[in-house]
Design a protein around this ligand. Structure first.
Ligand code: ZN
Ligand code: ZN
Ligand code: FE
Length: 760
């Protein structure tokens, strides 16, 4: 006889791991106990050596699917023969080094119970088990036990209690166990919050079928839902929410419904069904009958599947697809609280589907897409957060404050980087307040004590302002280098690489607005090696909303005569006058090398677009027009100045304008995309010759353009490059904090205060 103590680390809490060990111990005739502790799960087992070894073998071989075991350490302890049987005992508190589990979408077993009339949980909105249900969104403290979640106040009924304590039951020790007799309550309310007696599911569907807007309290926060086939309903949603033309995500009843409207690869099916249940960006079928107001002018749908019983109640034979958008005021954070929902969303909705379980962590839906065999992150939140990203060695404890738009922040602890959920755009005051509150709250939960705040170089970003006033020591990292560092950290790239950040805008080391940056380097030493030649950004931010300004900026130098004519035809001559003077005098027209603005200009020139409602709207339209049957591209020159390769974007637009009226929009779009891809390839080839790097990391918001990314990726691989992209971390500014955390920590550790070598 021997007694062993085992410490198991990894994602082992909230996945049914203790019940699994309980059954494994009993099967092997062992006595002892299991409990959650700060590191993960701790076990003591006693029995014959042979059965102890079978137990150890079973841990890795038969563990629950959602568990991710990292290490199993075992060592002998002294025998305690007085024990009878094997027990699950109370968790040990203190020193959190384990990782809380993210929310898990409803599992197949719980789904079939939900649909089974004979089951006592038939149509139960809160159905969950040891492997599925809310996790992080309801956590108040760690380790993950019901008493430290917002389920704590719901007393188990007798039947739930007997399931909870029955080791043969699949809800043995399920912390979120509930049934229609006990647990949270779901009800229907009118827009003023008065509870209606109508059966909640039926009432919700009635509102949706009548073209109404329904406020739905879900897992990570409130949603606003309308029927995706009703153009009128969607128009009124856009109007009431003051939402720009950005496409809405669609929650489909089931996979069949998605297949009717979108083209799907097997990998995309897998992503949709993953317990994360992310929104997956899919190609829309030409014959899809969804209302055009869902995604005006686009051929892409953000689709996802129900991940909770609450959402399943929204569908029936007549309802197959719903617009599901975050329940918030435009620009503000997601609403999680019932009273706040009533105040803010009440005036917008025709009714509420609401419940009385509190949401402790607001989580938007995550967004990913699948391309060339890989998942690419767009927005990282519910289902992914707070799973940390691991690096090879321990990091200095830092808080990485992120960027301004699509903000997320990050905390480091040992060799893990905890990237926060999507925080939204920090220029909104409410979002900024929430950001500060969430930083403090996450630090408390994870017991992180950062010594440094890592920030962007932009002096006006609220994240920078926060860092500088935090009282921590600070270190700044250039925006586009942080984009590249984020890929290096997530994909654990070793050795020299070429980093290509194509972006809207980011503050440069020279005080100019960067946005098409080529870097070479590794670890803590980098050099800026290429970018688009600088042009004025007339009116700064205003040029983002009025892309014609960039047409004027580029063509003013290379084709002034043509420009005057184009502006006159578009009725813009009067507006141009003062802007031209401002540019000439250098007033409110900072220099920029932004690739996002070049796309804006090309799109605006071809489509005669004056104003857009969100950044990149013109460019997204232009991408979706592309006619790939058309080959050919425009010429570009690469100049070398101060050892930096520079490409003149004006020269490209000057050629493009000759195609206006001769070629279709689709043909010009294809040629333009091919030109940018060829340019990236050419610069990378030259840098490879110089520094020998064959690895290329791609990041930045412009790469959300699927066509451009395809062309760049394919081109680089054909030339023998190894291409790296972010996977679960957003490719846009949502991934900045990860790069800041990793690179910042490395710089501090090695005492580097400037990662840029030489004068570059
Ligand atoms: Zn389940
Ligand atoms: Zn119950
Ligand atoms: Fe960026």
């Amino acid at each position: 006889m021997e007694r062993w103590r085992l410490i198991i680390t990894g994602l082992v809490q909230g996945v049914g791991f203790r019940p699994f060990l309980y059954n494994l111990a009993r099967k092997n005739g062992l006595t002892g106990w299991v409990r959650n502790n700060s590191a993960g799960v701790e076990v003591e087992v006693e029995g014959t050596i042979a059965s102890l070894q079978r137990f150890l073998g079973g841990i890795k071989g038969e563990a629950p699917a959602a568990a991710q075991i990292e290490t199993v350490v075992s060592f002998p302890v002294s025998i305690r023969s007085e024990e009878t049987g094997f027990k699950i005992i109370a968790s040990e508190r203190g020193g959190i080094s384990g990782s809380p589990l993210p929310d898990q979408g409803i599992c197949p077993d719980c789904l079939s119970e939900f649909n089974n009339q004979a089951n006592r949980r038939y149509l139960h909105p809160f159905n969950s088990c040891t492997i599925c249900g809310p996790r992080f969104s309801i956590i108040a403290d760690l380790p993950f036990d019901r008493s430290r979640t917002t389920m704590a106040r719901f007393q188990l009924c007798d039947r739930c209690r007997s399931e909870y304590t029955d080791f043969k039951d699949r809800r043995f020790h399920a912390q979120t166990i509930a049934c229609p007799q006990c647990g949270p309550l779901l009800w229907l309310a009118d827009p003023r919050g008065h509870r209606l007696l109508e059966e909640p599911g039926a009432g919700a569907r009635r509102i949706l079928k009548s073209g109404g807007i329904l406020g739905v309290k879900g897992i990570g926060g409130y949603h606003l839902a309308v029927d995706a086939f009703s153009g009128d309903a969607i128009r009124s949603l856009r109007q009431r929410k003051e939402r720009d033309r950005r496409p809405f995500a669609i929650l489909f009843r089931d996979l069949e419904a998605i297949k009717e409207h979108c083209r799907l690869s097997p990998e995309e099916v897998k992503l949709l069904l993953d317990p994360v249940r992310p929104i997956v960006l899919l190609k829309q079928r030409d014959n899809s009958a969804l209302a055009r107001e869902v995604n005006p002018g686009l051929k892409e749908i953000g689709a996802f599947l129900p991940y909770s019983g609450i959402q399943l109640l929204l569908f029936d034979q007549e309802l197959a697809a719903l617009v599901m958008t975050s329940g918030n005021l435009s620009g503000e954070p997601l609403i999680t609280d019932n009273q706040a929902a009533l105040n803010s969303l009440g005036p917008m909705v025709d009714g509420f589907l609401v419940h009385d379980r509190e949401i402790n962590w607001g989580l938007d839906d995550s967004v990913v897409r699948f391309q060339r065999g890989r998942t690419i992150g767009i927005r990282r939140s519910r289902g992914y957060v707070p799973t940390p990203l691991k690096v090879e060695s321990n990091l200095i404890p830092v808080l990485a404050c992120g960027a301004q738009q699509k903000n997320s922040f990050a905390l480091t602890k040992e060799n893990r980087i905890f990237l926060s959920a999507h925080q939204g755009d920090l220029d909104n005051l409410t979002a900024f307040l929430k950001y500060k509150e969430t930083i403090a709250k996450l630090q408390r939960l994870l017991e992180c004590r950062p010594e440094y705040a890592v920030h962007d170089l932009h002096p006006d970003y609220n994240s920078t302002i926060y860092a500088l006033s935090s009282g921590l020591k600070t270190i700044g990292i250039q925006h586009h280098l942080a984009h590249i560092a984020s890929v290096v950290a997530e994909r654990r790239i070793k050795g020299p690489i070429i980093g290509v950040a194509l972006d809207g805008s980011g503050y440069g080391r020279d005080g100019k607005i960067w946005g098409s940056e080529f870097f070479t380097g590794a670890d803590g030493q980098w050099a800026r090696r290429g970018h688009l030649q600088y042009y004025p950004l007339p009116g700064g931010e205003a040029a983002i909303r009025e892309p014609w300004r960039m047409v004027a900026s580029y063509l003013n130098t290379v084709a002034p005569g043509f420009l005057e004519e184009w502006l006159a035809n578009n009725g813009l001559s009067l507006k141009w006058g003062p802007i031209r003077i401002a540019i000439n005098q250098g007033i409110n027209a900072p220099d920029t090398s932004s690739m996002g603005r070049l796309f804006d200009a090309a799109a605006a020139l071809v489509g005669n677009i004056h104003r857009v409602t969100y950044e990149g709207e013109a460019a997204v339209w232009f991408e979706h027009q592309a006619d790939l049957a058309v080959m050919g591209s425009y010429q570009f020159d690469i100049r070398i100045e101060n050892d930096i390769l520079q490409i003149d974007p004006g020269v490209i637009l000057d050629q493009l304008r000759w195609d206006l009226g001769c070629l279709s929009v689709g043909a010009i779009s294809a040629k333009f995309h091919r030109t940018v891809a060829a340019m990236v390839e050419e610069v990378c080839l030259r840098l490879r010759e110089e520094v020998g790097a064959v690895q290329v990391a791609l990041a930045g918001g412009v790469f959300q353009n699927r066509l451009l990314l395809d062309l760049v990726w394919e081109g680089l691989e054909q030339k023998g490059f190894k291409v790296f992209l972010p996977e679960k971390v957003p490719i846009n500014d949502g991934g900045i904090a990860l790069g800041q955390a990793w690179l910042g920590s490395l710089m501090i550790e090695r005492g580097i205060d400037n990662v840029f070598s030489g004068t570059r």
